[in-house]
Design a protein around this ligand. Structure first.
Ligand code: ADP
Ligand code: MG
Length: 327
């Protein structure tokens, strides 16, 4: 039942990376072109995310934090309880119920910024004037400090930061137009610069996937009716060493889908080298009416209405690109 609840809730605050995901998605929703991420101790001490998005008006700060400001949340100590509240649309309220969260924001229309935080059993929101450029900073301190059972489930700093890093790689590959800088314990770990030109995009690809991937990458760009496939696929020679690099997006959303995986594998296997490994960063664009993305939000699966067609398009397209690289 617990697992079913989690899946039904769509998202839960499982670990620091889940918090980062919600906050960065909010920043992207707010039109940010620059996102600064500061993490301390794998996110268990600090998660601070600053963006240059449109900001939150002063009179909406309270609402943003207190959608689910019930006394129940303040005493919450198990996963089931938070999952049952539902998470979508209540990310900030949920996160603030299991951490010390401060929301600081300024809109272009305001002369000054305001900081908001929720306190106590009733989660009453306090507002104070603050200094901040247009945009928003979310600071999440001491995640799970009031839910010891869940704090205990956190892994080492390194492991938790690893989850955050992996999440941000996925986001960096889905939004080349946004600058994302990441620090851990005060040290710059990643600098993903906004990229427009092909050269800048390749630089970013190398920053996320490593220069070895870039060296073996074949750019693909294919079209068939309303179906589009673009991105990079690793040459068969490099695939084995780069096997952990498997990113696939459908209409901008990261997917781990069996049908797509199968099509890609078959493309590699069909080449002269009969390669068993695959590495790729691929973007599939399809008419939104031709696909259901909500089949399984937690599992990142999709359902294409014309599954066979999509499968063969991917498989044949990639296979000929791979074949050419061997010729
Ligand atoms: P949801 O994103 O599903 O609406 P959240 O709890 O994540 O719910 O956020 C609540 C609201 O707070 C958002 O709808 C948005 O209006 C505002 N908000 C949150 N983060 C930001 C941000 N970084 N920039 C601007 N507005 C934000
Ligand atoms: Mg949100």
């Amino acid at each position: 039942a617990r697992l079913a609840n989690q899946i039904a809730a769509g998202e839960v605050v499982e670990r620091p990376a889940s918090v980062v995901k919600e906050l960065v998605e909010n920043s992207l929703d707010a039109g940010a072109t620059r996102i600064e991420i500061d993490i301390d101790k794998g996110g268990s001490r600090t998660i601070r995310i600053r963006d240059n998005g449109k900001g939150i008006p002063k009179d909406e700060l309270q609402l943003a934090l207190s959608r689910h400001a019930t006394s129940k949340i303040a005493t919450l100590d198990d996963l089931e309880a938070i999952a049952s509240l539902g998470f979508r649309g209540e990310a900030l309220a949920s996160i603030s119920s299991v951490s010390r969260l401060t929301l600081t924001s300024r809109t272009a229309a305001q002369e000054e910024a305001w900081a908001a935080y929720a306190e106590g059993r009733e989660m009453e929101v306090t507002l104070k004037p603050a200094a901040h450029p247009v945009g928003t900073t979310l600071e999440v301190l001491d995640l799970f400090f009031n839910t010891p059972a869940r704090r205990k489930f956190l892994r080492t700093e390194k492991t938790e930061f690893g989850h955050i890093d992996e999440l941000l790689k996925r986001i960096a590959l889905s939004r080349f137009d946004v600058t994302i800088n990441v620090r851990h314990n005060g040290k710059t770990i990643r600098q993903y610069r906004a990229a427009q030109t092909q050269l800048q995009q390749e630089r970013r690809l190398a920053a996320v996937c490593g220069s070895a991937f870039l060296n073996h990458a074949l750019a693909v760009e294919l079209e068939h009716g309303d179906l589009k496939l673009s991105g990079w696929i690793c040459s068969p020679q490099g695939a084995r060493a780069q096997n952990d690099i498997q990113y696939c997006y459908v209409n901008g959303r990261m997917m781990k889908d069996k049908l797509i995986n199968h099509a890609i594998r078959q493309a590699y296997e069909g080449t002269l080298s009969g390669e068993q490994y695959a590495a790729y960063v691929l973007y599939i664009e399809v008419d939104p009416h031709q696909v259901d993305v909500n089949v399984h939000p937690a599992k990142h699966e999709v359902r294409f209405h014309q599954a066979r067609l999509v499968h063969d398009f991917i498989c044949q397209g990639l296979q000929s690109a791979l074949q050419q690289s061997l010729a």
